[in-house]
Design a protein around this ligand. Structure first.
Ligand code: PEP
Ligand code: MN
Length: 365
């Protein structure tokens, strides 16, 4: 399926928070710390074309004792931001009290954090508190890689009558060692876009990367996947930030990052798609071949399953499995296929083959 990249930026424009055809830029510090920090940051961000100013007022911290946000006083600073710069404002809301305080303060856009969207009780309470309110709400993906939970959070808001709902992809917690703070797992937001094509999708490269050096490349990748905007943390003095110091950038750096991003289109006007269509035809044909070959391979795996059953052998034969991986890693190397890819591919094939053999083992005779 192709997703038209300009399709949802029109929607953001209709919601009065973006410019049609341009990715939305939400920027500001992870946390509001002082009035001066908030206002300095906003004045600078306004100059580089930021659409919405973000600042966390209530901060969900992993461990108690870390800075947990300035609370309600921060809402007054955001009111000053709006009055002075005209920037729209957004804060994270995690409970009913946050919703009421933010609405009372005239905050323009709300966002739901990753720890909150993972919690259906909290989501339902927030949705109930927002009944009858016409405000854009962005729902970050839940911390755990579960697209259904993300969709569920969005659905609760839809059922409460909210019409302006967007999604923010901020990556997923992982125990594995990774260059990312929260590995992006791009297939999950892509699946959300497939299931809910009308929901604008924003990328938060700051929380995905966890370090400022990664922000540019993650942002470019998001735009190449037709995202409708970016939410980036920016602080006047990032290393001294009271939260998420490593991933925040100065406005100057943010400007350089934004200027460097290339906007590509799904189908640029006036170019011939013939070559692309020819190439796609070839790809489709190869995909068919791959599926046919895999089917044949599985049939043989089933025969092996029957043989193992008759001879009371275990399904998993570790030596054989290692031999398969080693052999194919070598073949992959010769074919310029990465080790990561070959391992993933064969693990998936092996898993399916084990599933087929398990079914055979369990068949009644
Ligand atoms: C944040 O945006 O500062 C934040 C706490 O994000 P997340 O909910 O993605 O962790
Ligand atoms: Mn943060």
């Amino acid at each position: 399926m192709t997703i038209d990249n300009n399709f949802n930026t029109k929607k953001l424009h209709d919601w009065n928070i973006g410019v049609n055809g341009n990715p939305l830029l939400i920027a500001g510090p992870c946390s509001a710390e002082t009035e001066e920090q908030v206002l300095t940051s906003a004045r600078e961000l306004k100059k580089i074309g930021t659409n919405i100013f973000r600042a966390g007022i209530w901060k969900p911290r992993t461990r108690p004792g870390s800075f947990e946000g300035v609370g309600n006083i921060g809402l007054e600073w955001l009111q000053k931001v709006k009055a002075e710069t005209g920037l729209l404002t957004t804060v994270e809301v995690a409970n009913v009290k946050h919703v009421y305080e933010s609405l009372r303060a005239g905050i323009d856009v709300l966002w739901i954090g990753a720890r909150t969207s993972a919690n259906p009780f909290a989501m339902q309470e927030i949705a109930d508190a927002l009944k009858g309110v016409d405000i854009p709400v962005f729902v970050k993906n839940p911390v755990n890689p579960d697209v259904e939970l993300w969709i569920g959070a969005i659905e609760r808001l839809e059922k409460a009558g909210l019409k302006k709902i967007g999604a923010i992809h901020r990556g997923f917690s992982s125990y594995d060692h990774s260059i990312y703070r929260n590995p992006p797992q791009w297939q999950i937001p892509i699946e959300l876009k497939r299931k809910l094509p009308d929901i604008p999708m924003i990328c938060d490269p700051s929380h995905i990367g966890g370090k400022r050096e990664l922000i540019q490349s993650i942002s470019q990748k998001a735009l190449d996947l037709n995202y409708d905007g970016l939410m980036i943390e920016s602080h006047p003095d990032p290393d001294k930030a009271w939260s998420d110091a490593k991933q925040q950038v100065t406005v100057e750096t943010l400007d350089i990052i934004v200027e460097s991003l290339v906007l590509r289109e799904v189908k640029p006007k006036g170019i011939s798609m013939e070559t692309l269509e020819d190439l796609r035809f070839k790809i489709d044909k190869f995909d068919n071949d791959i599926m046919d070959i895999i089917q044949k391979r599985m049939k043989v795996a089933e025969l092996i399953g029957r043989y193992k059953k008759q001879n009371k052998m275990t399904i998993l034969q570790p030596v054989r499995w290692e031999e398969i991986i080693d052999k194919n890693l070598l073949k992959g190397l010769k074919r310029n296929l990465s080790e990561r890819f070959v391992t993933k591919l064969f693990k998936a094939i092996h898993e399916e083959s084990i599933a087929k053999q398990t079914t055979i083992m369990n068949e009644e005779v």
